[in-house]
Design a protein around this ligand. Structure first.
Ligand SMILES: [Zn+2]
Length: 268
């Protein structure tokens, strides 16, 4: 899929400008949000993203490329995405709504320290995985990491670091087999690409051999995430994946090659 034509255009919603004049305004007010979603941080050159950014070492609450997602689109308060991603999502949300499909963001940007908290809770057993305390049931570090990796990313490797990726409606694939969930998923499969979104963790098959299991809820804004993925693969090495419990398994698991790169080819 080629979305490069979007990089140099303003993706702002009606009335918003591309000048950044609204940059500091909060996007929380639902009645005002359609005029305040401004796109002003689209990469216009190669080598746009820093190594630190690529591994999630930033604060989305203070980074001007990010904005708070208006609550009407979310299951809870306090979630952030890059501004371009929000603008594209709002268009998709409105189109879906017209067809009776209610999209809801249930998780958005998670930076390195947030992902580290999730990972280490599972690693140390304070958060059970399939009802088990993995620190007691799986002593081998690589095997323990593999189980956590079935659905959680290693800190420094998550697409949720990028401000382009979000989880929609439910974190269970089974939900998307229910009447309501199926309607949502079928709509996304048919229409999300027109708004720039793609499902990176599609069903595993001959085109996607490695990486996370299928996640019908996880959608990515490709005009940006494809650029970020490319830069990630150029700049981040296994030795950069460090600073959390179990980090020593990253190299053995070939984490970048298998997990970061192991996405639906349509989302590259
Ligand atoms: Zn996700």
């Amino acid at each position: 899929m080629n979305f490069s034509f979007l990089f140099f255009s303003c993706l702002a919603l009606p009335v918003a400008s591309c000048t950044g004049e609204n940059e500091n305004k909060q996007l929380r007010s639902e009645e005002k949000n359609n005029t305040q979603l401004v796109v002003n941080s689209v990469p216009e050159k190669e080598n746009f993203f820093s190594q630190e950014y690529l591994i999630g070492k930033f604060n989305q609450k203070t980074d001007s490329s990010f904005a708070l997602i208006p609550l009407k689109y979310c299951s809870k308060e306090g979630m952030y995405l890059r501004k371009e991603t929000i603008a594209a999502f709002v268009k998709m949300y409105d189109a879906a709504k017209k067809e009776g499909v209610n999209l809801k963001i249930i998780s958005a940007t998670r930076n390195f320290s947030e992902q580290k908290s999730i990972w280490e809770a599972k690693w140390n057993g304070s958060r059970l995985v399939n009802g088990k305390n993995l620190s007691q049931t799986i002593k081998d570090p690589v095997e323990r990491a593999k189980i956590i990796l079935r659905y959680s990313s290693m800190p420094g490797t998550s697409r949720h670091h990028w401000g382009t990726d979000m989880d929609l409606n439910s974190l269970e694939n089974s939900y998307f087999n229910s009447a309501e969930g199926k309607k949502i998923y079928e709509w996304l499969k048919k229409n999300a690409a027109a708004f720039g979104f793609c499902q990176p963790y599609s069903m595993k098959n001959e085109t996607r051999l490695n990486g996370y299991e299928e996640e019908k809820w996880h959608w990515s804004y490709i005009p940006l995430s494809s650029v970020i993925l490319k830069e990630y693969l150029q700049k981040i090495k296994p030795e950069n994946i460090t600073g959390f419990a179990g980090a020593e398994t990253a190299g053995k698991l070939n984490i970048i090659e298998h997990y970061v790169k192991g996405v639906n080819p349509e989302c590259r």
